[in-house]
Design a protein around this ligand. Structure first.
Ligand SMILES: [Fe+2]
Ligand SMILES: [Fe+2]
Length: 168
């Protein structure tokens, strides 16, 4: 069984190209849930997805590299959806999977598993279910992380410095 440290190392190893991309830095200034940035949320989702694959003994069926990259890019929409913007992001929940995959394809070479898992991670809010097991892991890890972050007591104690939780 993988330890927490081993999982973090795997995420950094397989996600290196993504972490090093300048556009990924945008996620560090966008809040996702409560005081958690989209960057920190994405790292958590990747770690949790790997943890679930490990505890469910799915390594014969799961491509670790694709799983981590899809998880890190699942919310690669690159804007703060809380910002006022003439209502353009009103449909954020329904549309951001497609926006994320569009941005990700522009910045990285993605395989079918990665593309499908990013595009359909909001299922069942959006109609098309993921096609691959990696996509289901990302979807489940996202729901669990988002729920935890949204209802965390941390949201009531925003850091005085105004610095977001960058997940580093
Ligand atoms: Fe999302
Ligand atoms: Fe998410």
């Amino acid at each position: 069984m993988l330890t927490r440290i081993q999982i973090q190392r795997l995420v950094h190893k397989h996600g290196r190209e993504i972490f090093e991309h300048e556009h990924m830095q945008i996620e560090k200034s966008c809040y996702q849930h409560g005081v958690v940035t989209t960057f920190a949320h994405s790292v958590r989702v990747a770690c949790l997805a790997v943890w679930m694959a490990d505890r469910l003994h799915l390594w014969r069926k799961v491509d670790l590299h694709s799983l981590i990259r899809a998880a890190l890019l699942h919310d690669y929409f690159l804007y703060d959806w809380h910002d006022w913007d003439n209502g353009e992001h009103r449909l954020h929940g329904f549309t951001h999977g497609n926006t994320a995959v569009r941005n990700a394809v522009r910045d990285f070479r993605l395989n079918h598993i990665e593309r499908d898992s990013i595009a359909n991670h909001m299922f069942p809010l959006t109609p098309r279910p993921p096609r691959y097991i990696e996509g289901y892991l990302v979807t489940m890890a996202d729901k669990i992380s988002a729920t935890r972050e949204t209802f965390s007591m941390d949201r009531f104690s925003k850091p005085k410095s105004g610095k977001p939780d960058r997940g580093e």
